[in-house]
Design a protein around this ligand. Structure first.
Ligand code: AMP
Ligand code: TRP
Length: 336
């Protein structure tokens, strides 16, 4: 039987942090061999907020290199750049014309990002989830592995599928395949180092709030030394009054590979003075192999170019077939 397909992506806006790794990419690495896996760098999404054209291309390469450095394996997976596959923009337009405006105005991420942008909100920012739906639907993805924050966008994608299939397909011959989200519970929400109630984010103005995958050991040491804690002794999971404690213990468990129960016992009597050096050592050890591999890949640009060229060719073939199917269902005059 053919393997089911998964598709996911990350935006090339700055550095990847532990939230991206533990919430998304580490999960991709674990499940990639069970699926026909597609991972894209979603550069078209990166320009939905004001961006710097001088760094976009390099950031795109860096994210692709990080996919490889984190363990995405080309025998199971295809890595490509979203803007290289033109079908993404074209399907997004077709989906735009069946998506009600008020579905988009309801999106939490849009409301949050729009608030931060003030006067400067682009149509692209509102349309972001439709482009994301196009990314997923072009590949007939069965599952979409993402962090919990993307759940609402997946629901919108599913609503778009229902609508298109209702209007333009039949029960026996649906136009688009219905995808399911794949959200793992551990690591699904990594919180900020400076506020345990806020998620770790690329857009937080404070660098101290996040651990980047490429932070060198001295920076990691400094960030963990300065991170927010509480005045209590003894460390515990799941105490709603101690969000920082829960987050930091969770990071320790995920990065050391120890089960939560083991960590709960190990750290039950520790103070922060004992725990922070332990966490620092664990984070440095977990990131070291990723950083070494990343620097090796970036030192060999021909290799990365080739990975992305081959990825684009494979992605193009799958995406163009779906795009044609949608255009036919919508009644367009075929181009000869
Ligand atoms: P983004 O940084 O918005 O491009 O997100 C890329 C992927 O990382 C998505 O699957 C997100 O759900 C996931 N992600 C981002 N921030 C976090 C976080 N703080 N905790 C867990 N997952 C996250
Ligand atoms: N919106 C996703 C995020 O910020 C990134 C993304 C774009 C994506 N297209 C996608 C994720 C398709 C999964 C599938 O995390």
């Amino acid at each position: 039987m053919a393997k089911q397909r998964i598709l996911s992506g990350v935006q090339p806006t700055g550095n990847l942090h532990l939230g991206n790794y533990l919430g998304a990419i580490q999960n991709w690495v674990e499940i990639q061999q069970d699926y026909d896996s597609f991972f894209c760098v979603v550069d078209l999404h990166a320009i939905t907020v004001p961006h710097d054209p001088k760094v976009l291309a390099n950031n795109t390469k860096a994210i692709a290199a990080l996919y490889l450095a984190c363990g995405i394996d080309l025998t199971h997976s295809t890595i490509f750049v979203q803007s290289h596959v033109k079908a993404h923009s074209e399907l997004a337009w077709l989906l735009n014309c069946v998506t009600p405006l008020n579905w988009l105005e309801r999106m939490i991420q849009f409301k949050e990002k729009a608030q931060k942008q003030g006067e400067n909100v682009s149509v692209g920012l509102l349309d972001y989830p439709v482009l994301m739906a196009a990314d997923i639907l072009l590949y007939d993805a069965d599952k979409v592995p993402v962090g919990e924050d993307q759940k609402q966008h997946l629901e919108l994608t599913r609503d778009i599928v229902i609508r298109i299939n209702d209007k333009f397909g039949t029960k026996k011959n649906p136009v688009l395949k219905m995808p399911d989200p794949l959200i793992r519970t551990t690591g699904a929400r990594v919180m900020s180092l400076t506020d345990g109630t806020k998620k770790m984010s690329k857009s937080d103005p404070s660098e101290l709030s996040r651990i980047n995958l490429l932070d060198p050991p001295d920076v990691l040491t400094k960030k963990i030394k300065k991170c927010k804690t509480d005045p209590e002794r003894g460390l515990e999971f799941d105490n709603p009054n101690r969000p920082e404690c829960n987050n930091l213990l969770g990071l320790y468990a995920l990065l050391s590979g120890k089960p939560k129960e083991t960590v709960a016992v190990e750290c039950a009597d520790m103070g922060w003075g004992q725990f922070k050096p332990l966490l620092t050592e664990t984070v440095i050890a977990a990131l070291e192999p990723i950083q070494t591999k990343y620097h090796d890949i970036m030192a060999n640009p021909d290799y990365l170019d080739q990975v992305l060229r081959e990825g684009r060719e494979k992605a193009d073939t799958v995406a163009n077939a779906t795009l044609k199917q949608v255009k036919d269902a919508l009644g367009f005059l075929p181009s000869l």
